[in-house]
Design a protein around this ligand. Structure first.
Ligand code: ATP
Length: 223
């Protein structure tokens, strides 16, 4: 696939486009204009056209976009058809919740194995995924093609486990440990997930709205 350098903001919008196109497909919509797509996503039509132009020409003048074709192209750009494999490290509350409720396969990932240090978990199988000892991590990574490690160990274990993963040349880490992992000298790609980021953005807007209402009330009182 031909890849131009694409901004992070565009990449961050692609999953949103995919979700919307999935929804449209489910509702039997097979064709959509950039105007309508923009309207439904709160973006301008030119923003949509500009985003898609980063990857080549998708739409046709006067026709708009073919929804299933655009969906498949975006899925391919996102790598969903590459058959990526993941492992999960740390089968505690968050690890269990992900293995139980998050459908890796829907997003193109196969969850091949999980690892932990707890002897009660080692050797068991959860939702069809075997849980191995951390002692076997390096051997497993040497013998199996693994692209991404999902990191759900406690914060205190994050650095040492990351060092082992990068030492094995893992491509990427999906990091739920709440410790901001930055590996400037490592080729490993890290996506740090902080649930609080999203809640705090929401908190900002709630606070802003309440301040505006209070300011309006104060102005009205003065008059
Ligand atoms: P959380 O809600 O964060 O998952 P928890 O209370 O369920 O928390 P933690 O103490 O955070 O449990 O540990 C998560 C899992 O990580 C546990 O199953 C624990 O055995 C495992 N774990 C701890 N240290 C390591 C390590 N160094 N390598 C692999 N697994 C580890």
């Amino acid at each position: 696939m031909k890849r131009l350098k694409v901004s992070n903001n565009v990449i961050r919008r692609l999953p949103r486009y995919l979700r919307k196109l999935d929804e449209l497909t489910e509702n039997g919509v097979s064709r959509i204009s950039s105007f309508e797509l923009g309207h439904q996503l709160g973006l301008t039509p030119s923003q949509i056209r500009q985003d898609f132009s980063c990857f080549g020409e998708f739409g046709q003048q006067g026709y708009g976009y073919n929804v299933p074709a655009l969906r498949d192209q975006i899925a391919a750009i996102l790598g969903m058809d590459r058959g990526f494999t993941a492992i999960l490290i740390g089968v505690g509350n968050i690890g269990h919740a992900l293995m139980d409720n998050f459908c890796f396969a829907e997003w193109g990932f196969r969850l091949a194995a999980a690892f932990d240090i707890n002897p009660e978990l080692i050797g068991t199988v959860f939702n069809g995924v075997p849980i191995y000892s951390m002692d076997d991590l390096e051997k497993f990574l040497a013998e199996n093609k693994v692209d991404v490690a999902v990191l759900t160990v406690p914060k205190e274990a994050a650095i040492s486990v990351t060092a082992r993963l990068t030492g094995c040349g893992i491509d990427a880490i999906w990091n739920f440990t709440n410790l901001e992992l930055t590996e400037p000298n490592s080729p490993t790609i890290v996506e740090n997930i902080h649930f609080s980021d999203s809640l705090l953005s929401l908190s900002y807007y709630v606070a802003e709205r309440k301040d505006e209402i209070a300011a309006r009330a104060a102005r009205a009182e003065k008059q």
